[in-house]
Design a protein around this ligand. Structure first.
Ligand SMILES: NC(=O)c1ccc[n+]([C@@H]2O[C@H](COP(=O)([O-])OP(=O)(O)OC[C@H]3O[C@@H](n4cnc5c(N)ncnc54)[C@H](OP(=O)(O)O)[C@@H]3O)[C@@H](O)[C@H]2O)c1
Length: 288
């Protein structure tokens, strides 16, 4: 494997020290290890403390008891709107790729599979940073202001490594049958994710609190938006030939959203009781 240091003499050269790496490949490997560690953290967090406390889970205390006053953010109670939190928290995802592209050599950027991977990544986050927040209702559960610090750090690091990997590290791949399968899976996932996100934000906009979602894949699962998101990331992993940062983002998302879907499914049953359709699965139609 070629041992390059393409970030030397660029404004991003500090990242070698930050990620304790001597080469570009090592940056990618070390960050992928950090992501592997975060999978463990997600599992432990969910099993020990319960769901990450935002949205529906902000009404459930860290020990899983119902808390109708919501979480008490004791050390900093200042809250911000959900749409602002989603937009600002993801802002690095649409800025950092341009920093990498404009400031580093990018020898592999114009290879078809790398460019396709980067385009999928960018389009996903353009939606998450600009379009999705604009659809979030003013009635949505607010976020404690401090909670956007985590997403800002995570999205900056993750976006840097994804872009650096596809522009500077991953050698050109031949376009194969799997590339087209990956693109197809990504498009399907993106469509499912967006369609069902919009159904939910539309329900919230009515200002009547949480309701039982209906239509499309909601007839089969409680969280089709999460199912679509997972498909999208696995499609990206296929397009990039199983690059480690892309596989890791697919694993992290699947584990996080899998736990989130399980929580949401149980929460619907607890809130709506017998009114909630019993045949609905959690996240994968007909399977789970
Ligand atoms: N890749 C990853 O690791 C990852 C992690 C997290 C999220 N995401 C993605 O980000 C998007 C949003 O995630 P999320 O966890 O916020 O999704 P969510 O819990 O489904 O909420 C989406 C929006 O719809 C509202 N809503 C949800 N269920 C509702 C119902 N039954 N009735 C009325 N309104 C309802 C929520 O309001 P409230 O905010 O008030 O609940 C929120 O504004 C999804 O597409 C998800 O796939 C990805």
């Amino acid at each position: 494997m070629e041992q390059t240091r393409l970030l030397d003499k660029t404004p991003l050269s500090f990242t070698y020290d930050l990620l304790r790496s001597k080469t570009d490949q090592e940056i990618v490997t070390n960050f992928s290890l950090v992501m592997a560690g975060s999978v463990l953290l997600i599992v432990v967090w969910n099993l020990v403390w319960g769901p990450v406390p935002y949205g529906k889970a902000a009404m459930v205390s860290m020990r899983g008891k119902d808390n109708s006053k919501g979480l008490s953010w004791k050390f900093w109670e200042y809250s911000i709107s959900s749409r602002f939190a989603w937009g600002i928290g993801h802002l690095p995802t649409i800025i950092v790729p341009w920093v990498v592209i404009l400031c580093t050599p990018t020898p592999y950027l114009y290879n078809v599979t790398n460019l396709a991977g980067l385009t999928i990544f960018y389009v996903h986050y353009l939606n998450r940073t600009v379009i999705y927040p604009s659809k979030i209702s003013h009635h949505a559960t607010p976020y404690p202001a401090w909670s956007i610090v985590g997403p800002l750090i995570i999205t900056t690091g993750s976006t840097f490594v994804q872009t650096h990997h596809l522009a500077n590290v991953q050698k050109p791949l031949d376009v194969s049958f799997l590339t087209f399968v990956g693109i197809g899976v990504t498009i399907l996932g993106g469509w499912l994710n967006t369609r069902h996100d919009w159904i939910l934000t539309g329900l919230r906009a009515r200002g009547k609190g949480y309701q039982i979602p209906e239509g499309s894949l909601f007839e089969y699962v409680s969280c089709p938006n999460f199912f679509g998101e997972c498909l999208k990331w696995w499609g990206l992993a296929l397009v990039t030939g199983g690059g480690s940062p892309q596989v890791m983002i697919a694993i992290v998302s699947t584990v996080f959203l899998g736990f989130r879907a399980r929580f949401t499914h149980k929460w619907y049953h607890a809130k709506f009781g017998t009114k909630y359709p019993r045949e609905r699965k959690v996240i994968i139609p007909f399977v789970y």
